[in-house]
Design a protein around this ligand. Structure first.
Ligand SMILES: O=C([O-])CC(=O)C(=O)O
Ligand SMILES: [Mg+2]
Length: 224
């Protein structure tokens, strides 16, 4: 797999999921069921992808060897599963390789230990259900995780708002637009904090009028 420019990855991490999502034309968001299982973690890195049969984490072990510092492991199953395929032992192994975190369409367990050791995970479920190591699967193939396509080397960004996956080739352009949004939002924040209303800042009064929204002192008797 080809890994994206680390400076671009760092910039996207700093921008965060919501801003990058907007800058990417509201694309790439992973379903919110794949939720953060800790607070305050922010990661971005190239995806190492894994496709496992449900209830079998053999291929996660195979994938660990493919990981380099800064990577994000993205685990999917070939049919829906919430089994706890990943816990503190696998996290210890990934931490030893400098992996930034895990995004999984399945479940994680040992969540207290994962939080304690500071290994961030975004998962469909926290579930103690154990899994076997028995069946083949695939590492570094295109997968679909939470409804979003993820190719090996794509940029995965994850924070308290969720997970976003960005095709590697679009990452530099999206970063540029994300930075422009951040600058524009800074001006808006200043205006809002000084008491300016969104209705005026965004020129929304005309829109309300055109949409037929009326201000009344009392509700009409007939509800019209
Ligand atoms: O070993 C497993 O199957 C998953 C797990 O609990 C761990 O990684 O600690
Ligand atoms: Mg365990």
């Amino acid at each position: 797999m080809t890994r994206p420019d680390p400076a671009v990855v760092a910039g996207l991490r700093e921008a965060g999921v919501a801003t990058v999502h907007e800058a990417a034309g509201r694309t790439g968001l992973v379903s919110p069921e794949i939720a953060p299982r800790q607070e305050g973690a922010v990661i971005a890195g190239p995806a190492v992808t894994v496709s496992c049969p449900p209830g079998d984490n053999l291929m996660i072990h195979a994938a660990v060897e493919m990981c380099e510092p800064g990577d994000v492991l993205v685990v999917t199953t070939t049919s829906p599963s919430a089994d706890g395929m990943f816990g503190d032992l696998l996290a210890t192994s990934l931490l030893a390789r400098g992996v930034a975190g895990l995004v999984t369409a399945a479940g994680v367990r040992d969540i207290a230990a994962l939080r304690e050791m500071g290994f961030p995970v975004w998962a469909r479920a926290v579930c103690a259900q154990g899994t076997v190591k028995a069946s083949p699967g695939s590492v570094n193939v295109p997968v679909v995780c939470g409804g979003s396509a993820v190719r090996p080397g794509d940029v995965v960004i994850a924070d308290d708002d969720g997970v976003l996956c960005l095709p590697a080739r679009s990452a530099p352009g999206v970063l540029e637009r994300a930075r422009a949004r951040i600058a524009a939002e800074e001006d808006k924040r200043e205006a809002f904090s000084s008491g300016v209303l969104g209705l005026d800042l965004y020129g929304l009064r005309d829109l309300l009028t055109r949409l037929g929204v009326r201000y009344v002192d009392e509700l009409p008797e007939d509800g019209a």
